[in-house]
Design a protein around this ligand. Sequence first.
Ligand SMILES: [Zn+2]
Ligand SMILES: [Zn+2]
Length: 340
Amino acid sequence: MRAVFFEEFNGPISIKEIEVPYPAPKSVLIKVEATGLCRSDWHGYVGHDSDIKLPHVPGHELAGTVAQLGNQVKNFKIGDRVTVPFVNGCGTCEWCKSGNAQVCPKQTQPGFTQFGSFAEYVEIQNAEFNLIPLPEVISFEVAAALGCRFATAFRGLTSRGGIQPNQLVSIFGCGGVGLSAVMIAKAFGVRVIAVDINEVALANAKNAGADIVLEAATAVEEIQKLGGAHISVDALGSQLTAEASVKSLRRMGKHLQLGLLLTENGLTPMAMARVIGWELEILGSHGMAAFDYPKMLQMIVEKRLDPAKFIKRTISLEDAPKALSNMNETVQDGITIIKP
Ligand SMILES: [Zn+2]
Ligand SMILES: [Zn+2]
């Protein structure tokens, strides 16, 4: 099969013919119909992710059809339309059993802990536990666009943040995760404030449903004038945005960290005096388990969420190596989908 392939970090990357994986007893082989190009793929390619062993095939946001079944897989059949979370659980630990595979200690991630979906086929482990049947009305492209940014924002705001109608929700950083958070928050009937330093990003946030857009420099002050946010999201991932998000909260508010904080020592200074005095909550969120997908998919079927709006371009597998390696030089808004 054809796959996007590299043998050294930040080195040559191209299409290579490699062997089609043979599925383990609990795995299935998915024929990839659409796969999203994400900044995490770029981080993996340049060597920021210690899970990746070389050589490697990237790609973690995917949808397709079941092409081959491991001999213990009974609940799916060849040809089923499916998608998967980017974090796949082992299915047997206490976290997986309680519906929280997104934090499974034995998790597998296509495109990180194993070969990924920038290929004609990808193996999904513990398939009965991790595969999500795809409703006929949701296209492969839209399903691939959900895999990481959209699902992470959905779980963060709902299961972690406990979002309620009429709350004030502020979102710092209007890239892929931030815009997803804006759309999702709006669908839950809250007032959404989007914050960024970039005018185009703020225009995109308006388009995704933000009620108010603010320049980062004065945002904390402005949000406090409105009473402070019930939930505030750092969707960018920096010390500055994390701190601004916390300081924009009202008393007993919840800070949601969705942007990855890639600091040198893995630590981020935080305004802990405010966290104590105002009884704030600091929450992390890491993807979304298959268990939680049906309610998100239902909202897409009902057109209360429209992630198709974020898909800006579709490219071939042959165009993927260049698109991936150039990611840091070209700022492209919206989601890029690869069609193998
Ligand atoms: Zn597990
Ligand atoms: Zn991703």
